[in-house]
Design a protein around this ligand. Structure first.
Ligand code: CP3
Length: 359
């Protein structure tokens, strides 16, 4: 990546994509995990008329919700409005959202694992691919679009437990009780997500993010055997895809040395690990994304700025930082705080005279 510092691309790439590749940027780019969603009045308004699954499966509506935060804030990237469970639903797993995913028949047997079909994107998730095309054609300021998928282990947690949970006891005990069956299910999910993510890139997604939201449930040995092995399989399946890959392990401070071995461009960092420490562990060849505590958006404006300054200081002056929260934005957040955050990150990081007009 260092070799690309002076590449001519750096003049024309949007700041978000340049930062993903560790190239210089006119300002630190920012987007926000779960930026399309319930903290926005315009989302709640639409949601009062249309249920969540219909929103994810109607391309015009999914594209509209994807673009809502981009109209309100000067965000540097859009993330597709969908859910990590949407492709599984497309593959025939019966589930509903209330509001978190509830799986009708949690997967607990080898027969159920064998019955899980491979993902065929054009058949199972055509609406997602069409949403991507619509966003690309209409997104404000030509902002780059991020496609995403759940990490296999995070999907495994929902499929085996059947519902959101703090500890995901049924999923974690399954790892110890039936490790080989767990690996088989994880492999199937990992392969499906590789196919899914590649289809998103082919439809126009300009970066791909893998959310390992429940990484923090595992000790380092189990993370390595189950979560890391599976995500390596997904990443291997994405070889040559041509867009930056972002891997986010929530509460993953204890496994960052393992994340460092993944062949991805960017590591998403939660708020518990200082970005300077993350950079030391990850080395110079990965950009970092994060990591303001979502709770900091409840601070007074001047206090919020001090917390943003602290994140920027930890990230350091070098290239390869994408500002974000350390996890998804809370639905109780005041959108005005988001506006202040986005503007402040842009103002304080604008580098006079550098790559003017690239934003
Ligand atoms: O980031 C975005 O703005 C894009 C949309 C997006 C959603 N889910 C929409 C959604 C993304 C990227 C996700 C990913 C997702 N879904 C993750 C990984 C990211 C993370 O936060 O860790 C996880 C663990 C899920 C599972 C899930 N789906 C949960 C726990 C919930 C419950 C409520 C919530 O908002 O957190 C959902 C439902 C869901 N997914 C909603 C939205 C906007 C709320 C549904 C509603 O409107 O009722």
């Amino acid at each position: 990546m260092v070799a690309q510092l002076n590449s001519p691309d750096s003049v024309t790439l949007p700041a978000f994509l340049a930062a993903c590749r560790g190239q210089p940027v006119p300002h630190t780019p920012i987007w926000i995990m779960r930026q399309a969603g319930r903290y926005l009045p315009e989302y709640r308004e639409l949601r009062s008329k249309v249920d969540f699954v219909a929103l994810t499966r109607t391309p015009e509506l999914a594209a509209e919700v994807t673009m809502q935060p981009l109209r309100r804030f000067e965000l540097d990237a859009a993330i597709l409005f969908s859910d990590i469970m949407t492709p599984l639903q497309g593959m025939g797993v019966a589930l509903e959202f209330a509001p978190g995913p509830i799986v009708r028949d949690p997967i607990r047997t080898d027969a159920q694992i064998d019955a899980l079909p491979p993902l065929v994107p054009a058949r199972d998730v055509p609406f997602t691919l069409e949403s991507i095309r619509l966003v690309r054609a209409n997104v404000p300021r030509g902002a780059p679009l991020i496609g995403f998928a759940g990490g296999a282990f995070t999907l495994f947690c929902y499929l085996v437990c059947g519902r959101p949970s703090k500890e995901f006891g049924a999923a974690r005990s399954f790892l110890y009780a039936h490790p080989e069956s767990a690996e088989r299910l994880l492999d199937k999910l990992a392969d499906a997500m590789a196919v899914y993510l590649r289809a998103q890139a082919e439809a126009g997604a300009q970066a791909l993010m893998i959310f390992e939201s429940w990484a923090g449930l595992l000790g380092p040995r189990e993370f390595q055997r189950f979560a890391l092995r599976a995500v390596k399989r997904t990443v291997a399946g994405l070889k040559g895809v041509g867009v930056p890959l972002i891997y986010y392990a929530n509460n993953g401070g204890a496994v960052l040395d393992q994340v460092a071995t993944l062949d991805v461009d960017v590591a998403g960092i939660d708020w518990r690990t200082p970005l300077s420490a993350a950079r030391r562990t990850l080395g110079p060849n990965k950009a970092v994304q994060g990591n303001l505590d979502p709770a900091a958006l409840f601070a007074e404006p001047a206090e919020l700025q001090r917390h943003v300054d602290a994140v920027l200081l930890e990230a350091g002056p070098g290239p390869g930082h994408i500002f974000n929260l350390g996890h998804g934005i809370w639905q109780e957040t005041n959108p005005d705080a988001v506006a202040r955050l986005v503007d402040y990150v842009h103002e304080t990081t604008a580098r006079a005279g550098q790559v003017a007009g690239a934003r």
